[in-house]
Design a protein around this ligand. Structure first.
Ligand code: NAP
Length: 518
């Protein structure tokens, strides 16, 4: 069992009482009373708070009392003797756990006071903790052994700062290689997934805060995010892992979409935001970390900016299978880890766009043969769409701000090209915007002059934030058919979901969740 612990970081007893009630209502399975946050702290305050928690809050969860040393992240610089007094009083008042720093426990006098207090109450347990707010411990496995050697009945707590997502794997390895009660996870934004996976890997507890303001450590999630977005309640050792590899990743709607579909289908799977920094080197080592640890049960990834070509190169380097059109596009947005430990690479962007066009225009793929299409942009999305349309036999004209890039793309797929000024003379059955023009926050911009759009045309804007761009509004006014970027986004996510699960995700659910998260 991994408990969800909620820290109570209040500055006074009244606020602490309110926050304890809110934490219990929110689903806290353990309360951590961070007494170092209380101003003018004294032992009576702690005695009363523990008493209140134990007796006034009906069916209240177990309590950890902590008075953290300033050198290990404490909020105030209370003297060591007061901090030990607080812990001994907490034990007397009925707290189930006290948390004391391993470094301070090594001092014989401190140790004797703590052990003596614990011997008065057989229900109370000691958590012996070590924190590193800068980076990794020198040797986390040795530190774990030392803590247990110092007090075999204690629960070791080893928490360090991940400066890159790859730093999390040491925490995973320690949890995998040890048994018994232990608390292991990483702080910092880069360590966020270790807080979620603590439950999968059997850490005694993981922390989440009531809200962002009451978080007590960098990278801490809220209870709502942990249990809602990341399905923390349903994670266990069998949970299969998926995620989106990106840099940055915080803006991505993919975790919300895929987790909603996993929940809808009752699947024991969770989809994580995987912030992989340091370009291809960071990407390659992340993938090797994952592939070297099959026991983590990572099964598939969405891949986006800036890693689409890194994913292609890595798959080839490890002898994996690359879908031919992904190879032609030169970008991979989906990776599947096979049960044999191999890798398969796909691109669902082109199929997502093609399906959106076919459904939006109410045509078949064969109808695209010979159709005049104007593609605006020559970046990654334009490339996927040009490859798909070229495959279907369309007559494509590529327009781009940087003319050389338009020329290069056009030459590769045997089509025509020009700069954006030529858009004034555009004549096509289908216009597709593959630039970021019109994207939030520049929502008053459109790539195509108003008079160019005719009612016989269809206008497809790949921009999905906002869903109704100025280009689409202008097209609607001109009487043209419109296709929005959300449709393509949902289509490519559905294609990924199919590759991940071999089942279809609910398109309406995906669209609604995508709209809610933009
Ligand atoms: P990219 O590779 O960076 O390409 C960006 C393209 O936009 C280039 O052609 C660039 O022209 C052009 N551009 C950017 N700012 C411009 C400006 N101010 N004026 C004129 N042209 C400008 O990006 P991408 O991955 O292809 O993404 C392009 C857009 O597609 C995104 O902004 C996003 O809205 C949309 N998108 C949609 C989906 C979906 O599923 N619906 C998925 C991904 C992306 P230069 O070559 O001259 O720089």
């Amino acid at each position: 069992m991994t408990y969800l612990a909620v820290p109570i970081s209040a500055s006074n007893p009244d606020q602490a009482g309110d926050r304890m009630s809110a934490a219990i209502a929110g689903g806290a399975e353990i309360l951590e009373l961070r007494t170092d946050y209380i101003e003018n702290l004294n032992v009576d305050i702690v005695k009363n708070l523990v008493f209140e928690a134990k007796n006034k809050l009906s069916d209240g969860p177990p309590i950890i009392v902590t008075c953290r040393d300033k050198r290990q992240g404490g909020a105030a610089d209370y003297p060591l003797q007061l901090r030990i007094d607080v812990l001994t009083v907490a034990i007397d008042a009925g707290a189930e756990f006290i948390d004391f720093e391993y470094d301070n426990f090594l001092n014989i006098e401190n140790r004797q006071r703590i052990i003596s207090a614990l011997s008065q109450n057989s229900n109370a347990r000691l958590i012996l903790s070590a924190h590193d707010f800068q980076g990794k411990f020198d040797d986390i496995a040795a530190l774990h052994r030392s803590i247990l050697a110092a007090c075999p009945s204690a629960i070791p707590k080893l928490v360090y700062t991940a400066n890159h997502i790859n730093d999390c794997f040491e925490a995973f390895d320690l949890l995998k290689s040890t048994i018994g009660e232990r608390i292991v996870f990483c702080m910092g934004k880069a360590g966020m997934i270790s807080r979620i996976l603590a439950r999968k890997l059997g850490s005694f507890l993981t922390f989440a805060s009531i809200d962002d303001e009451s978080a007590t450590a960098p990278g801490q999630l809220t209870v709502a995010q942990f249990n809602g977005l990341y399905r923390g309640n349903s994670i266990d050792s069998d949970t299969e892992l998926f995620g989106v590899i990106a840099d940055p990743v915080a803006h991505s709607a993919s975790p919300a979409i895929h987790n909603a579909c996993f929940a809808d289908a009752g699947m024991n799977r969770v989809y994580l935001p995987l912030h992989v920094e340091n370009g291809s080197a960071g990407f390659d080592s992340f993938m090797r970390n994952v592939m070297d640890r099959k026991w983590l049960k990572f099964k598939g990834f969405s891949v986006t900016i800036p890693h689409k070509d890194n994913a292609l190169n890595f798959t080839k380097a490890v002898g994996g299978m690359v879908e031919p059109l992904a190879e032609k596009i030169g970008a991979v947005n989906t990776l599947i880890l096979t049960p044999q430990g191999g890798l398969k690479a796909y691109n669902t962007d082109y199929a997502g766009a093609l399906d959106a066009i076919i459904a939006g225009m109410e045509i078949t793929k064969a109808d695209l043969s010979g159709m005049k299409v104007a593609v605006i942009g020559a970046g990654g999305v334009a490339r996927a769409i040009v490859a798909a349309l070229s495959d279907a036999g369309a007559r494509i004209f590529v327009y781009n701000r940087t003319v050389e890039k338009a020329q290069k793309l056009a030459a590769e797929f045997d089509c025509d090209s020009a700069g954006l000024d030529a858009l004034a003379n555009l004549d096509a059955k289908l216009i597709i915007n593959c630039t970021s023009i019109g994207m939030h926050p520049n929502i008053d911009a459109a790539p195509v002059p108003v008079g160019v759009i005719k009612s016989r045309m269809t206008v497809f804007d790949t921009v999905y934030n906002p869903a109704k761009t100025l280009l689409l509004k202008n097209a609607k006014k001109a009487g043209a058919k419109t296709i929005d970027g959300i449709t393509m986004f949902v289509n490519q996510a559905r294609a990924q979901f199919k590759l991940f699960t071999k089942t279809d995700g609910d398109a309406d659910l995906m669209r609604n969740v995508a709209l809610e998260n933009l």
